[in-house]
Ligand binder design. Structure first.
Ligand SMILES: [Zn+2]
Length: 261
């Protein structure tokens, strides 16, 4: 599932391929992905206009338009972008196909149709409306510490709560907790300042390393749990077999020796 590192890579991809070219028209193949807009409204708003800039907040990608406002992309469980300089048959599962006036096309591909394409007058208002927490790469120590204060529940589900911290999902929460040596079910309110510091540092280190590795498990640093996260996997530090548990409805992988409860 696309998490912050994946979306950051899509943002860079959009920057490298799709800025400063006027849109011609949009083909919507999967109505379900449109959020609070219609194919007609989307087409009208984009036609003749260009994307000028991009920004990311958590798992949301905003591409600002020369006419004001922004195109909003969220990638659900499996979404991605695919640009081509020339118009041709779009990739399978294309949900939205953006045609540019110069003949190029940008496919928003969503095999499970769980992502969203939307328009907003202001990314800041969009973020506020959804009550998203600070971006996981931007959150400073004081905000992080205050957000953790007296929180009920386990640390994994807290890290994944987009209204607390935006951008972390199932896979990277496991990696962050592994790097910080914290059990996924540890109660947030029982974490002391040293543990919170480790956790805050691990968020930044893990997400930054994952972006550098192009979010490819094969290219993660050698001490990462991610490539070993599965049946038969062994902890890259101590070689103990990794274990899985259910944590707030999701599967968490962890090392029982390095992350004691
Ligand atoms: Zn271990």
């Amino acid at each position: 599932m696309p998490e912050l590192p994946d979306v950051e890579l899509y943002r860079r991809y959009l920057d490298a391929t799709s800025l400063h070219q006027p849109f011609d028209h949009v083909e919507v193949e999967a109505l379900r992905v449109l959020e609070d807009t219609t194919p007609q409204a989307l087409g009208r708003r984009l036609k003749g206009h260009r994307l000028e800039d991009t920004r990311r907040h958590g798992k949301y990608l905003f591409a600002t338009l020369d006419s004001g406002g922004a195109l909003v992309l969220h990638f659900g469980m499996t979404g991605r972008l695919e640009y081509s300089r020339k118009a041709h048959d779009p990739p399978r599962h294309t949900a939205c196909l953006f045609h540019f006036g110069n003949g190029g096309q940008l496919a928003y591909v969503a095999p499970r149709k769980l992502g969203h394409v939307a328009l907003t007058d202001s990314p800041a208002h969009f973020i506020e409306d959804r009550a998203l927490g600070p971006d996981a790469l931007e959150i400073d120590w004081d905000t992080f510490r205050a957000a953790a204060g007296k929180r009920r529940g386990g640390v994994k589900s807290w890290l994944m709560d987009q209204q607390r911290i935006a951008g972390i999902g199932n896979v990277y929460s496991d990696e962050i907790l592994f790097q910080a040596g914290i059990h996924p079910k540890q109660a947030v309110r029982d974490l002391d300042d040293d543990e919170l510091r480790d956790l805050h540092r691990a968020i930044r280190e893990v997400l930054t390393a994952a972006i550098e590795a192009k979010a490819d498990p094969e290219h993660m640093p050698p001490g990462f749990l991610l490539p070993h996260r599965g049946e038969g996997g062994r902890c890259p530090r101590c070689r103990t077999g990794v274990k899985k548990i259910r944590a707030s409805g999701r599967t968490a992988w962890y090392c029982p020796a390095c992350q004691p409860l």
